[in-house]
Design a protein around this ligand. Structure first.
Ligand SMILES: [Zn+2]
Length: 280
C-alpha cells in the first residue's frame, strides 16, 4: 500500500481506510500475518526503550483506578469463553504464570513490603472464609500423593533436630529435671552400694516374711523422694553429698510382695501363696 506524499492527503487517506474498515473483522489468516509482520524487528517499537519519565506515567496512570464490576464481568466472561474453545491456551497461561516467578528470590526489602501490603485487613482473604466445599477441595488436592510431603520421611539429621527441639525443658511433659536426676541417682554406683549394704546387714532375708533366696528390694523407710525434697536436691552432685540419702539404717530388705504391701497395702491371696512357697 502506497500513501500520497502530501501529509494532509495521506492523513485523509488513512482516515478513509479506517472508516471503511470500522466494524469489519480481519480473517484469522490476516490476523496471523499482521501479528507476524508487527512482531520482533517488524514492531514499530523494536529496539526502542521508553524514558523513565514515560515509565512512571504508565505505572501511575492506572494506580488507584478500578475496573467497574461490569468491566470485570465482561473480561471474565470473554476469557472464560476463550478458554472454553482453547483449553490448551489455559494450560499454557497457567504454566506461564506459575513459571513466571519460579526460582526468583525477591530482595528482603521487597519481601517486607509485600508482607505488610498483604497482611491483616489488606489481605484479600481478610474476614473471609473458605466454604466447606472449597476446604474439602483443598484437602483432597493436597492429600495423599499430592501432598508435598508424600513419600518423604525425615532424614536422620532432621529427626535428630526434631528430637533436640523437644528435649528437656522444651518438652510439654518437663517436670523440671526431676526424672533425669532421679534416674541418675538410682543408677549411680553409690546407690547400688547402699542397696548392697542393706541386704548384707539383713543377711539377704526379707525383713517382713523371712523369705530367703528371693528377689529382694531395698525399701526406703523414709521415702527417697521425701529426702530429696527436704534437702532440695536437684542434681546428682547434691545427692551424692546428702548423707540422709545414703543412711543404711533408712533401708529394709523386703521381698517383692512384702515391698508391694508396704507401699500399696495387703497383697492378694495368690501373692501370699507365692510368698509362702518362696519362703519354704
Ligand atoms: Zn517378704
Amino acid at each position: 500500500m502506497t500513501l500520497p506524499k502530501d501529509p494532509i492527503k495521506a492523513a485523509a487517506h488513512k482516515e478513509r481506510i479506517r472508516q471503511a474498515r470500522t466494524g469489519t473483522k480481519a480473517s484469522e489468516a490476516t490476523k496471523r500475518k499482521m501479528s507476524a509482520s508487527q512482531s520482533g524487528e517488524g514492531n514499530h517499537n523494536f529496539g526502542k526503550s521508553i524514558s523513565d519519565e514515560q515509565k512512571i506515567k504508565i505505572s501511575t496512570t492506572k494506580t488507584g483506578t478500578h475496573q467497574t464490576e461490569e468491566t470485570k464481568m465482561r473480561r471474565s466472561l470473554s476469557l472464560k469463553k476463550f478458554y472454553e474453545s482453547h483449553p490448551e491456551e489455559r494450560d499454557k497461561k497457567g504454566e506461564q504464570l506459575s513459571g513466571f516467578n519460579r526460582g526468583r528470590n525477591l530482595p528482603d526489602e521487597h519481601r517486607k513490603k509485600l508482607s505488610v501490603s498483604h497482611s491483616g485487613e489488606r489481605n484479600y482473604l481478610f474476614g473471609k472464609h473458605h466454604s466447606p466445599e472449597t476446604i474439602e477441595k483443598i484437602r483432597i488436592a493436597n492429600s495423599g500423593e499430592n501432598c508435598y510431603h508424600y513419600g518423604q520421611s525425615p532424614s536422620d539429621e532432621t529427626r535428630r533436630r526434631m528430637s533436640e527441639a523437644l528435649k528437656g525443658d522444651k518438652c510439654y511433659n518437663w517436670k523440671g529435671g526431676i526424672t533425669a536426676v532421679n534416674h541418675a541417682i538410682r543408677t549411680c554406683l553409690q546407690y547400688r552400694e547402699w542397696i548392697m549394704a542393706v541386704f548384707k546387714r539383713d543377711d539377704f532375708t526379707c525383713q517382713d516374711c523371712g523369705a530367703t533366696k528371693v528377689y529382694l528390694h531395698a525399701h526406703h523407710i523414709r521415702l527417697f523422694s521425701d529426702i530429696m525434697q527436704e534437702n532440695n536436691i536437684t542434681s546428682l552432685e547434691e545427692a551424692l553429698l546428702c548423707d540422709a540419702l545414703w543412711d543404711v539404717s533408712n533401708g529394709r530388705s523386703l521381698c517383692e510382695l512384702c515391698h508391694k504391701r508396704e507401699h500399696f497395702g495387703v497383697a492378694d491371696e495368690g501373692e501370699e501363696q507365692m510368698v509362702a512357697e518362696a519362703g519354704g
